[in-house]
Design a protein around this ligand. Structure first.
Ligand code: AMP
Length: 216
């Protein structure tokens, strides 16, 4: 099953996407994680993406289309994949459909995480992430060792540069102007969209997300 996760920053796509991917027995790809790894390793793509990323702007579509092609052609994705934050503009939605068509595959489901802006700003300003495995946390402090980290050496918790208030405001603006039109585009192309109410406890939202893929 190939699933695209859509929704504003902080809606829980990454965290719930992990659970959805585990329930389906498929990997999850996050373009945000790919970009953060590339910036950490200072690859040419990472260096080119950094200024966009730090401001909370979208990196150019051609960079994302390159990541999509590489990721979707990998044998690990044969059974399916959960795509987290991979589609954020209409050209990316078109590009994904074209890449999938070339591979003789198609998108099964779009999951749309819905939540109000005030809840997102509160969530993102309380978020820390592991600098090694990128797991997100709420209510844990920067600098703390991530004792459960599966990477070696274990990571420490840090704030994401793009979770600073000015970048968060910009990311919400970018979502409204560049990503929200993707929803209309999918509707116009008769793509099945499952809307998930993303406000609630982690378990409540997980139950809704799993139900949407028939694993509730
Ligand atoms: P995320 O971790 O999904 O919140 O993504 C963090 C940042 O990575 C975004 O604010 C963008 O700068 C960049 N990014 C991730 N995915 C995409 C995408 N599909 N298109 C453009 N930029 C992206």
């Amino acid at each position: 099953m190939i699933v695209v996760l859509l929704g504003p920053p902080g809606a829980g796509k990454g965290t719930q996407g992990e659970r959805v991917a585990a329930a389906l027995g498929v990997p999850k790809i996050s373009t945000g994680d790919v970009i953060r790894d590339a910036m950490k390793a200072a690859t040419p793509m990472g260096l080119a993406a950094k200024s966009y990323y730090d401001r909370g702007d979208l990196v150019p579509d051609n960079v994302i289309l390159g990541i999509m092609k590489d990721a979707l052609s990998a044998p690990a994705q044969a059974k399916g994949v959960v795509l987290d934050g991979v589609v954020r503009t209409v050209p990316q939605a078109e590009g994904l459909n074209a890449v999938l068509a070339d591979l003789g595959r198609h998108l099964d489901l779009v999951m749309l995480f819905k939540i109000e802006d005030e809840a997102l700003v509160a969530r993102l300003s309380a978020r820390t992430v592991c600098d090694a495995c990128q797991s997100p946390f709420t209510g844990r402090s920067p600098g703390e060792l991530h004792a459960e980290c599966l990477k070696s050496p274990k990571g420490h918790l840090m704030r994401r540069k793009d979770d600073e208030p000015s970048a968060v405001r910009n990311r919400l603006h970018v979502y409204e102007h560049q990503t929200a039109p993707v929803i209309a585009w999918y509707r116009a192309h008769d793509q099945h969209i499952a809307e998930i109410d993303a406000l609630g406890t982690f378990d409540e939202v997980r139950t809704r997300a799993l139900q949407a893929v028939g694993k509730g």
